[in-house]
Design a protein around this ligand. Structure first.
Ligand SMILES: *Cc1c(COP(=O)(O)O)cnc(C)c1O
Length: 337
């Protein structure tokens, strides 16, 4: 291990930062936190809101960010659609038109339902509002980023946050947030930003290739290597690989008459959620898969458990891994029918 104030660690963070920016497709800072993504949910809310937040909710994670907003004492309103449906630009701007809001939270890739919301279009619609420049566009990109396209600068976002253990395919324990200059300027006007997730403190340290508190040093070594591997593959190739695995997963479902949970056109590139319309015993299915060294996920939370199930196709997974999974699933289905 190296000490976190030693030159070796400053070099490490110095190497990581430009690579992180490429992955987030930004020239802005990408803050690094020794926490999971949930910590940066708090950070985004605590640093950028003075008036009122519009929490867009289309699944369990979006709903938890709403809860985090409220527990941090910020005024909010909720735009809720049936879980699994995307958040769409018209809905968001209609609610923001009242002018009461200075921030909006949206989940890019709702992991609980396998739905991708059109963030580029939503952001463009928000910026076209008379007060569009004053609205902080806060994006949870936790299970999407690096697998599902997200262009932080081109889409003009204010905060996009993710965790290390989803599409980055790293051990858990790190989280990252790209933060716009607009959001940094806003943070200076916001009282009670707290300490651990204070963007101004984090940014000041980052400019010296440091973090204010001890970073998760061992995980930074892994991150350095993984970012190099991601960029060697190339972001466009990475997005294409995820889409190909998604399309293969959807085709597998169709082959068996298994219905998709997400509406057409909004299927997540990194996780597919199927309706359990065949009435499969998901626990039994997973016991079978485990014996083959594989696992899929049951539906998320009490509302969706056993009614849906999810197949991940993110991170380091390759088409060959998916083919092995589908061969095992086919074998299981042939056995139960
Ligand atoms: C996993 C997940 C989270 C929570 O992230 P942690 O790293 O577990 O804190 C938030 N949002 C989405 C969309 C997720 O998939």
């Amino acid at each position: 291990m190296i000490g976190h104030r030693m030159p070796e660690c400053l070099d490490l963070i110095g190497r990581i930062q430009p690579k992180l920016r490429q992955v987030f497709m930004t020239e802005s800072r990408v803050l690094i936190s020794a926490s999971s993504g949930t910590g940066l949910w708090e950070g985004a809310i605590r640093n950028t809101v003075n008036k009122k937040v519009l929490n867009c909710v289309n699944g369990a994670f979006a709903d938890r960010w709403r809860e985090v907003t409220e527990l941090n004492g910020k005024a909010n309103e909720v735009l809720e659609v049936p879980w699994g449906q995307p958040i769409l630009p018209e809905m968001v701007v209609e609610r923001l038109a009242s002018g009461e809001f200075d921030a909006v939270t949206i989940v890019h890739n709702e992991t609980s339902v396998g739905t991708l919301s059109p963030i580029a279009e939503i952001a463009a619609a928000i910026r076209a509002l008379p007060n569009g420049e004053e609205i902080m566009i806060l994006i949870d990109a936790v299970s999407g980023l690096s697998g599902a396209r997200l262009e932080f600068d081109a889409w003009d976002l204010d905060v996009a946050l993710t965790s290390s253990q989803k599409a980055f395919a790293l051990p858990a324990g790190l989280a990252f947030a790209a933060v716009s200059d607009r959001a940094m300027a806003k943070a200076k006007t916001v009282p009670n930003r707290g300490y651990y997730f204070d963007f101004i403190t984090l940014d000041k340290s980052l400019q010296k290739n440091q973090t204010p508190a001890t970073p998760a040093i061992s995980l930074l070594f892994a991150l350095d290597q993984q970012l190099s591997d991601m960029l060697a593959e190339g972001m466009e190739n990475r997005f294409a690989r995820h889409l190909a695995m998604r399309d293969r997963t959807i085709a597998w479902g169709q082959q068996h008459g298994i219905e998709l949970f997400a509406p057409p056109g909004y299927e997540s590139p990194t996780v597919t959620c199927f309706s359990n319309n065949l009435g499969l015993d998901i626990s039994a299915l997973n016991r079978f898969l485990r014996s083959r060294g594989m696992i899929i996920s049951n539906g998320y939370g009490s509302k969706l458990k056993d009614k849906t199930f999810r197949i991940a196709h993110m991170g380091d997974l390759q088409m060959q891994d998916m083919e092995e999974l589908f061969a095992a699933l086919d074998e299981y289905l042939a056995g139960v029918q």
